[in-house]
Design a protein. Structure first.
Length: 121
């Protein structure tokens, strides 16, 4: 089995334009999708994120940490939420991503996690 990150991308203007009743239906659809992931035994973890403006970037590459307010990338779209699933292959991950995209009415990027190196004895 391989773990995949299914990340939901969007922007604040896009979310602000969604009528309240549509947003509530999306929340219901996402909860139903979450329940399906759990029932299928592929759920690892999921969560929604606060807006990108709440981010803090930490850079310790120079030895001392530097803290900067705001998102790392200056872009119109940011990750709004994500799922981590554990499935046999990319085809299965893509099927779940399609269902998740339908539930949240947004784009979902699918990326596998790197394989863990073997533990040293």
């Amino acid at each position: 089995m391989t773990q995949y990150l299914l990340s939901v991308h969007g922007n604040e203007e896009q979310y602000a334009a969604i009528p309240e009743e549509v947003m509530q239906r999306m929340f219901t659809d996402v909860e139903r999708f979450n329940e399906q992931l759990q029932a299928d035994g592929v759920w690892v973890f999921a969560g929604g994120l606060e807006g990108a403006e709440t981010a803090t970037v930490v850079d310790s590459a120079g030895g001392s940490p530097v803290f900067t307010d705001g998102p790392y990338l200056e872009s119109k779209e940011h990750i709004g939420g994500f799922w981590i699933i554990d499935v046999p292959d990319l085809d299965a991950a893509l099927r779940y991503a399609a269902a998740g995209s339908g539930a949240c009415q947004g784009k979902v990027e699918v990326r596998p996690f790197q394989a863990e190196p073997p533990a040293e004895a």
